[in-house]
Design a protein around this ligand. Structure first.
Ligand code: LRH
Ligand code: MN
Length: 396
């Protein structure tokens, strides 16, 4: 029983941040299928996120994207969120939709365009301070489409010079998460294409800069859990953007295409949380778990709750790994015995454990069923109707 108690405490200690943009209409370059009830304003997005938190009990903060979620009165928004039972989490600058950013933002050849981009990130740092957020989460769409289009080393130096100015403007309690992506919208080169580039830049900037791993941003065959292990071992894993993909950056429900990979990622995180090396353990215990998805055809609130359940499931299975037997197999070089220790945990049905954990948290044992019973989605569909939508993300 003691073991189960400890496992349940760690299940209920998990915190997952949901993205404001996951509640609004979104789509592909081909079409946005607007959905009845899709959130249109930051207030509606916070209300939907608050419903997800009430039903799961583990999603108390919401990542926002600027300018999609910009308001005039941040104190009022902070109070609105608090009244809903949530807080504003990571602030995501948007350096990919202004017309001036066609050839890049922090990596753009024009100093004027780089100035515009730096000023936008400085505004996001200011917003973080105003809403009490400790995270600015930066992704650059910057890259090129054709060989020769630009000097690749010059772009690196421009990005670094701009990031140095941004880093020097950060208050001591703020973390800058640097997100990489191997391609798109750059189709020849991307200025921040992989974990190594992001890590090198974080080292050059300083200890408040850490790498963000978006699980959909890797080439096929890349061992994402090994990247996680490496970033943990150097104490520079800052956070995740959880989602799933089969082909490219599909932003599907996390765990829906490769749940075993998600389990292996949590295996690395939990092993590091208990590591004797304080830097590794501290880093692992401070990782920001965030979802970054676009729900193009599925009901958005149900999709977000399913995502949280998939994350809880992978995390709970990883908590059941018998680390003594694993280490023993590894020490003896018994390859398959060690592998079977992971498989045993992965093949364990953790639904009863999660139901017991939810009981102790005071939420419904099945949040998906509870959402259906609440009539919330139907009510907001009636109240909000269906908003017109363009292509891709808002403001595109
Ligand atoms: C880029 C990305 C980034 C966001 C955007 C919504 O693909 O993962 O994290 O800003 O999606
Ligand atoms: Mn992302």
């Amino acid at each position: 029983m003691a073991l189960e108690g400890r496992v349940i405490d760690r299940i209920n200690a998990l915190r997952v941040e949901t993205p404001s943009w996951g509640y609004g209409n979104s789509g592909t370059r081909f079409k946005v299928f607007a959905q009845p009830g899709a959130a249109r304003t930051i207030e509606e997005k916070l209300s939907d996120a608050a419903m997800v938190n009430r039903l799961t009990g583990i999603c108390p903060s919401v990542a926002i994207h600027i300018p999609w979620d910009r308001v005039d009165d941040w104190d009022r928004l902070r109070e609105f969120a608090a009244a809903q039972g949530v807080s504003i989490g990571a602030i995501n600058p948007n350096l990919f939709q202004d017309d001036e950013y066609m050839l890049g933002s922090l990596g753009h050849p024009s100093a004027a365009t780089r100035r515009q981009a730096v000023n936008h990130v400085l505004e996001c740092i200011d917003i973080a301070t105003k809403v009490g957020s400790s995270l600015v989460s930066l992704w650059l769409a910057d890259g090129t489409n054709y060989p020769g289009q630009d000097d690749l080393r010059a772009r690196r130096r421009r990005v670094l010079e701009c990031l140095r100015e941004i880093y020097s403007a950060m208050p001591a309690d703020l973390r800058l998460l640097v997100e990489y992506k191997f391609f798109e919208p750059g189709f020849y080169s991307t200025d921040l294409p992989d974990w190594g580039t992001a890590f090198a830049i974080c080292i050059e900037l300083g200890p408040q800069a850490e790498v963000l791993v978006d699980t959909g941003h890797h080439a096929h065959g890349v061992n994402v859990e090994q990247i996680v292990a490496q970033l943990l071992d150097v104490g520079r894993l800052g956070g995740f953007h959880f989602n799933a993909r089969k082909y490219a950056d599909d932003d599907l429900i996390v765990g829906s295409t490769n749940p075993f990979e998600l389990f292996l990622i949590f295996n690395e995180l939990l092993a590091a949380e208990d590591d004797a090396d304080g830097t590794v353990a501290r880093c692992a215990r401070n990782v920001a778990y965030m979802i970054d998805q676009s729900h193009n055809i599925e009901p958005k609130i149900e999709a977000m709750i399913q995502s949280v359940v998939n994350i809880q499931t992978a995390h709970a299975k990883a908590l059941l790994i018998d680390r003594n037997r694993l280490h023993d197999g590894q020490r003896r070089g018994d390859v398959l015995a060690a592998n079977r220790v992971l498989l045993e945990a992965y093949e364990t049905d953790v639904r009863p454990l999660l139901q017991e954990a939810r009981k102790r948290l005071g939420v419904d044992v099945d949040p998906i069923v509870a959402l259906g019973a609440s009539g919330y989605s139907e009510r907001v569909a009636r109240e909000r109707g269906k908003a017109a939508a363009a292509s891709g993300y808002p403001g595109a």
